[in-house]
Ligand binder design. Sequence first.
Ligand code: DX5
Ligand code: ZN
Length: 211
Amino acid sequence: MVKIAPSLLSADFANLQREVEKLEQSGADMLHLDIMDGHYVPNLTFGSTVVKSLRPYSKLPFDVHLMVRNPDEMIPWFIASGADIITVHAETCPHLDKTLQTIRSYGLKAGVALNPSTPETILEYVLDKVDMILVMSVNPGFGGQKFIDSAINKISKIKNMIGDKNIEIEVDGGINPLTAARCISAGADILVAGTAVFSGGDYARNIDSLR
Ligand code: DX5
Ligand code: ZN
């Protein structure tokens, strides 16, 4: 069954503890934490201090998505904050192989994110060092954007590429019940959703409708 990873980007930032607790009670499988630095992407969100402060309030895996210009400098902070998965954008890591090895050396899962314009071929020589591949189905920076259709073909290609390796495919951006179904048939294992989980306030019902 597909896993649902609500993105805290759409949460009430004045009540993050309550939001995290409510998401866990509503059946979320993991918590997606969007870290934006205002440089790699135009928007700014929060840093490792906030992640660390939320850690005691949830048993869910913390899925940290780094949309920052200098991930190598920040990775140690997020390891210390209690993250379970750290995902870096392939485009931000000049030595991607080394970055993935560093994340894994601390016992965390390592993820690679691909922007809509980034080809999956960039993964070819790091497949043995990656636990999750994050297919961006919008250009990163903001919630509430329209799903970019070319992500579907990319998911299928990655699914073929990984064969029987133990690697999960996560899709992020513009996920709603319709796009979710298409991603699942193409081979997605984890769906990130902000707008679709938070809209209307019934998180449990929204999460169910994505499965
Ligand atoms: C976009 C973020 C996403 C975002 C998804 O840059 O990486 O995680 O929160 O939001 P929705 O589900 O609203 O597209
Ligand atoms: Zn994200």
